[in-house]
Design a protein around this ligand. Structure first.
Ligand code: ATP
Ligand code: MG
Length: 183
């Protein structure tokens, strides 16, 4: 599954609707300090279900919504959509028939997040389930940020094991077992 587009509306500094095409497997985003490079990564984490404001470099979850600038008023809601190419059917099962998988998260200042899968309202869990065991996800090793390499090198064996289990694809089954045991 390849990420081919990121669409942002009202997310952090991206107040106007912005569509970022990712036409190749290798891309670089460059720009001056504060232009919004890291905000794009925050958007990717957020749409995949990140629920910690701290991990999105904010104090509260509403900090992901554009909060105004010298020339623009704050907005009331934001959304981010990731469009994945699934033409090779990498995501099988009920999703195999879709050439494109679009996941979207939307939130307003006063409300809960809403999630959408190919335009249809879904639960947060439906989104996190898609990524479980693929190596992608809000806290996954697919996103290597500053300081993460040294955190990995210094990780305790049990912390390292979480990454290895995700890479081996067994974290999904462990999660299922945990759920069954808790029922
Ligand atoms: P650097 O090169 O320093 O890492 P960067 O390109 O990664 O910079 P970001 O951290 O993505 O920059 O963007 C920071 C900018 O985003 C700041 O100007 C900040 O004011 C703006 N910003 C963050 N959250 C919001 C928000 N909720 N509303 C409006 N602007 C925001
Ligand atoms: Mg940055």
């Amino acid at each position: 599954m390849r990420l081919k587009k990121i669409k942002l509306v009202g997310f952090k500094s991206f107040v106007d609707p912005t569509s970022l095409p990712l036409p190749s497997n290798r891309m670089a985003i460059v720009g001056p300090n504060g232009c919004g490079k890291s905000n794009i990564i925050d958007a990717v984490r957020w749409v995949m279900g990140e629920s910690s404001a701290k991990h999105l470099r904010g104090d509260s979850m509403a900090d992901v919504i554009f909060n105004g600038s010298t020339s623009r008023k704050p907005v009331g809601q934001c959304s981010v959509e990731l469009v994945f190419d699934n033409s090779k059917g990498n995501l099988g099962g009920q999703y195999a028939a879709y050439n494109e998988i679009a996941i979207k998260r939307q939130v307003s200042r006063d409300g809960q997040s809403c999630y959408f899968l190919n335009g249809a309202r879904c639960r947060r869990r439906d989104i996190t389930d898609i990524f479980l065991g693929t190596g992608l996800g809000p806290r996954s090793y697919a996103i290597i940020e500053q300081g993460m390499i040294s955190r990995l090198i210094e990780a305790k064996p049990e912390e390292l094991r979480v990454f290895l289990e995700e890479a081996a694809g067994i974290s999904k089954y462990k999660e299922r077992r945990r759920e069954t045991e808790n029922r």
